[in-house]
Design a protein around this ligand. Structure first.
Ligand SMILES: Cc1cc2nc3c(=O)[nH]c(=O)nc-3n(C[C@H](O)[C@H](O)[C@H](O)COP(=O)(O)OP(=O)(O)OC[C@H]3O[C@@H](n4cnc5c(N)ncnc54)[C@H](O)[C@@H]3O)c2cc1C
Ligand code: SF4
Ligand code: SF4
Ligand code: SF4
Length: 753
């Protein structure tokens, strides 16, 4: 952006000159502004006018304190203040009969041009003898000085409705300009470097030492009763993320297209951004304030984008001499191992299976979480030096041995026991547990279900995944039986929609009672048949929840070739000494002196990957604290700014934001695989976002994102950005509070003195 300040006297046409220069640029397709600063000034009083032009739209509306160039219409105005804030190397155009050299000593850091516009105007009869109108002549001179073609300036004169003498004056002044230096040349003269810039939109109104003259300022004095200050709240997305991610922080980096920075912010809390970016139920999106405007920010897909495309890595701290065992390599165990390794500890994972990843590896189907994505994130953890020992479950006896060998033990064995409904059958060919069914498929031993009718019992992710997988294995029909309504289904809402889209049928309010073999048994038992009854929602209980109650005489049977049970899992506590109370954060006693903690689903029953990751991180912090006595401030992940006066632990909601200041913009949508492929292949269904544009929809709730609106609108020009910090000049701040009303995210507030 180029900014020009014009000094003249009332009646000389300074504002028109600003308009003429602006019009010359506007006609070349640029964005422009032209305005004056005067109130009740009489004719002849000193006045100022301003002109801006830029290729980009101009949003800054304040006065120009640091002009690129200055134009002086009356030589008697020449004094130190006309160069106040003038950029080093900028032009000063003076209306005078003197040559530029006459001013060289007074403005050593600037380029100087002079033109006798008064003589030119008088020569063409413009204005009166005592008050000649010099603006059109000076417009021509400005064109010459800044290297614009004469025709541009003449077009501007005509555009504003002037003709004849004005065009001649512009042409004559264009030719008559005398310059001490080369025409417009962006290379600064030999001058001091300007002060710190704003690093964002808008221009610093700060005074640049040595640029020629001090900006006149009025000290606020002691009458100020209020001063603006900065605060920070907790964005709701950060508050609810079970993994503890700094959501606002990584979105801010993505909005600036700093993908590696975004990934680095995520890696501080999670080793699994690409995994969570695919399978997390995303409570961050459910609580996103942007929902109240035009739809939640697509945090999950943006996390996936950062994870998939970023290449940042965290460097572990210096090696420490403690050795920690982690039992189980699901997301909880792996997250704990990752954070312990980053702290510098030696970590060994003891895994009963022959593969790493827990249910990420053996449960969640490839069409939601491709194995190469998981491999990549696990490799990043192993690259920190984490060791793995496969083979053999850790049981009660082995746990004692492990506790002897290591300095701390984290047990993250998940929920291993599939619940049964005692429907009257054991597992045989026709009846199978959902997690066993999915495990078989993940290991490449999925059955062919061509033409089969499959019934799945349950309402969680396992039920949805089993049903969707059965369709892909060729089942003719897949029916899910669930005893409550859709609102109570624990599966991720999108997964339910996708299952329905793919052709899965769901019988809500249907309770399975028993499994029996069909009457048409041909020798050794027929197909399984599920006996069900209808349910209805009863009266609300004390919590207001309506539990399902049986509808009398509503029993019916559902025939099928295969029945899959997906009723949830519970922990296998046989790994602990009898009577151990398994609770997150509680040290499990009775195993030598070694601290032993339970982690992940085993301890929390949370049932989400992000929850397991958060539990793993907390456990690592706990162990670190036990070893060092140092409390790591986990809750302060986002308190990285140095310019905040007050931190609030409060979550900020939409009504505390200035929502009217945000433009409405529809959310981005990631593509999905066509339905035909979804019925026949295990290819990934979600394609992910094409770019990070949706991150720019983040409102940055309660956290300064350096949008600089407050800086732009401060009428006193006393608020500026220095690096990433906002700096108020309280000696000159008048306490008008405009910065407060212009901050869309409630970061600036008025403090009563
Ligand atoms: C089919 C399915 C789909 C799911 N979909 C989603 C989803 O979309 N989004 C979501 O957020 N959550 C989902 N979940 C839940 C999520 O997978 C779990 O909450 C998460 O994996 C729990 O992590 P964990 O580390 O505590 O346990 P697990 O992932 O169960 O890992 C436990 C590990 O411990 C090992 N182990 C067990 N016993 C021993 C022992 N005695 N000795 C040594 N090792 C042992 C196991 O082999 C395993 O590797 C899904 C779950 C299932 C079953
Ligand atoms: S882990 Fe889940 S809740 Fe957390 S930021 Fe990612 S998508 Fe949101
Ligand atoms: S708008 Fe941004 S900061 Fe606010 S809740 Fe949504 S994701 Fe979080
Ligand atoms: S207006 Fe923008 S730069 Fe100023 S405090 Fe608010 S968020 Fe930060």
């Amino acid at each position: 952006m180029v900014e020009i300040r014009i000094h003249g006297r009332g009646g000389q046409g300074g504002v028109t000159l600003a308009k003429l220069v602006a019009a010359s640029r506007f006609l070349q397709g640029r964005s422009v502004q032209a305005f004056g600063l005067y109130a009740a000034e009489r004719s002849g009083a000193p006045v100022q006018a301003f002109c801006r032009f830029d290729d980009a739209p101009i949003t800054n509306r304040n006065l120009i304190y640091e002009p690129d160039h200055v134009i002086v219409l009356d030589p008697t105005l020449v004094g130190p203040t006309i160069a106040a804030g003038l950029r080093p190397g900028g032009w000063i155009l003076l209306n005078t009969e003197d040559p530029p050299d006459a001013f060289g000593d007074r403005f050593p850091h600037n380029r100087i041009a002079t033109v006798d516009a008064t003589a030119v105007a008088r020569g063409h009869g413009l204005g009166t003898r005592s008050v000649p109108i010099v603006n059109t002549a000076l417009a021509g001179a400005v064109g010459r000085m800044l290297g614009f073609p004469l025709n541009d300036m003449l077009a501007a004169v005509e555009h504003l409705g002037f003709g004849g003498a004005n065009l001649h004056a512009a042409r004559d002044a264009f030719d008559a300009v005398r310059t001490r230096d080369a025409p417009w040349d962006p290379t600064p003269l030999d001058t001091p470097a300007p002060g710190p810039g704003f690093g964002g939109v808008g221009r610093t109104p700060g005074f640049v030492e040595g640029a020629g003259g001090e900006r006149p300022r009025i000290e606020t004095g002691r009458w100020a009763s209020e001063q603006p200050r900065r605060q920070q709240f907790v964005p709701p997305c950060n508050h609810v993320c079970p993994a503890g991610n700094d959501v606002q922080g990584f979105l801010h980096a993505l909005a600036d297209e700093r993908i590696d920075d975004a990934l680095e912010i995520l890696l501080r809390t999670t080793p699994f951004p690409s995994v969570c970016g695919r399978v997390c139920p995303a409570p961050c999106m459910a609580s996103c304030n942007r929902r109240d405007l035009d739809g939640a920010v697509d945090v999950r897909d943006l996390e996936r984008l950062a994870g998939d495309r970023g290449s940042a890595r965290l460097v572990p701290a210096e090696a420490r001499d403690r050795h920690v065992a982690v039992v189980g390599s699901g997301p909880a165990g792996l997250a704990a191992a990752y954070h312990l390794a980053l702290f510098g500890y030696r970590v060994t994972i003891l895994e009963a299976d022959t593969v790493l990843g827990g249910l990420l590896r053996t449960g969640i189907p490839d069409f939601r979480l491709p194995p190469d994505v998981l491999d990549r994130e696990i490799d990043r953890i192993l690259a920190l030096g984490v060791e793995v020992r496969f083979g053999g479950a850790v049981d009660r006896r082995r746990l004692f041995a492990v506790a002897q060998e290591y300095d701390a033990v984290l047990v993250a064995t998940g929920l291993q026991q599939a619940r049964s409904l005692h429907l009257g059958v054991g597992d045989d060919d026709g009846v199978e547990q959902g997690i066993a069914f999915l495990d078989r498929i993940k290991r490449g031993h999925g059955p062919h279900l061509d033409g089969e009718a499959v019934v799945v019992v349950g309402g969680g992710n396992t039920a949805m995944d089993a049903a969707r997988s059965a369709l892909r294995l060729g089942a003719a029909s897949v029916r899910v039986v669930y005893r409550r309504t859709r609102a109570e289904m624990p599966a991720i809402a999108e997964e339910i929609d996708e299952a329905l889209d793919e052709g899965v049928e769901i019988d809500f309010l249907t309770q399975p009672l028993a499994v029996r073999r069909s009457a048409q048994a041909d020798g050794d038992g027929g197909q399984p048949e599920l006996v069900c009854r209808r349910m209805a929602l009863g009266a609300p209980d004390a919590s207001g929840r309506r539990s399902p109650v049986a509808v009398p005489d509503s029993e019916f049977t559902v025939g099928c070739h295969r029945l899959i049970l997906a009723l949830g899992q519970s922990p296998d506590l046989a790994v602990f000494p009898e009577g151990t109370e398994v609770r997150e954060g509680a040290e499990l006693l009775g195993i030598l002196e070694t601290p032993v903690y339970a982690v992940g689903d085993l301890a929390t029953h949370d049932g989400t990957v992000a929850g397991a990751i958060g539990s793993g991180r907390r456990a690592a912090l706990h162990v670190h604290q036990t070893f060092t006595g140092r409390v790591e401030v986990d809750g302060d992940r986002t308190r990285v700014r140095s310019d905040v006066d007050e931190w609030h632990d409060e979550v900020i909601r939409t009504d505390a934001l200035r929502a009217h200041l945000f433009e409405r913009q529809a959310p981005a949508h990631a593509p999905t695989l066509g339905l035909r492929d979804r019925r026949t292949t295990f290819d990934e269904v979600h394609g992910g976002l094409a770019d990070a544009a949706d991150a720019r929809r983040c409102l940055s709730c309660g956290v300064c994102n350096e949008c600089d609106l407050c800086v732009t609108y401060c009428p006193e020009g006393v608020l500026k950005r220095v690096g990433h910090d906002l700096v108020f000049d309280y000696a000159h701040c008048k306490g008008c509070g405009i910065c407060v009303t212009e901050c869309p995210r409630n970061v600036v507030f008025m403090n009563h003195l």
